[in-house]
Design a protein around this ligand. Sequence first.
Ligand code: CP
Length: 324
Amino acid sequence: MRHLISAADLTRDDAVLILDTAEEMARVADRPIKKLPTLRGRTVVNLFFEDSTRTRISFEAAEKRLSADVINFTAKGSSVSKGESLKDTAQTLEAMGVDAVVIRHGASGAPFRLATSGWIDAAVINAGDGTHQHPTQALLDAFTLRRRLVGPDAGLGQDLAGRRVTIVGDILHSRVARSNVDLLHTLGAHVTLVAPPTLVPVGVENWPCEVSYSLDKVLDRSDAVMMLRVQRERMNAAYFPTEREYARRYGLDGERMAKMPADAIVMHPGPMVRGMEITAEVADSPRCTVVEQVTNGVSVRMAVLYLLLGGNEPAVAQNRPAPA
Ligand code: CP
């Protein structure tokens, strides 16, 4: 693997290797000194053209824990505002000696273009592009699901075969939903999408999942319910139900959560809009993994960086041979 552009590019073995490596990385976080020397002397640039809290800070934490040199770039305040192109921006950064580019961009396909255009030699990691893909989010979600539904160490080498994941909300604009459908299918899980008809993408019948318009009908057969943010910034008000109507039909509240199996979990990639897609009662309940997902994101991103940039180096953590 030279780049990570789409969850759809990962085989089952690729994905399980990343999840297993992330388990090793999670142990580093439990040590008094949370650093590995793996990427010493390597430089990673975080190239963010869209806002982010979790992904940007999590990648930076992962890079620093692997001892990489980190350059943070945000489009706001840069020469992008003067009209500089993605190509010129990337080549300018590479001229300063960059081994990997972590990119978030509003345009679907921008990371693919960067990885395949020949503009730069650095490894490219997609940190979310338009409505297309967010592969490290899907990986951290799969990591969280495997830990919660299969068990931490018992999960090593295992996938999510037979687990039932329901993804609810603004599927139309969600790169998180697309990435999760691809990866969860690869890992053997059964995915059901639930959304108002206006927020279901054209062509969804070709995706490897089921579609339902009723959240109430699927709750009792879900091992995990993943709520999505309604991305108003990407939508035309004409096809959006009122906030109250949306919460009534598709919001997860305590009454609905009680219909889920006792050990089922609630997930959200963040940022959450409390009161609309999820009530505070659910968001703050022990069944909700939103904070755990953020913690797991650092370990998963360490694993991705390690495998892309340092995979030929000696062992990633104590007592473990380097991945092949
Ligand atoms: N989940 C996620 O991508 O959040 P941010 O937009 O804050 O990075």
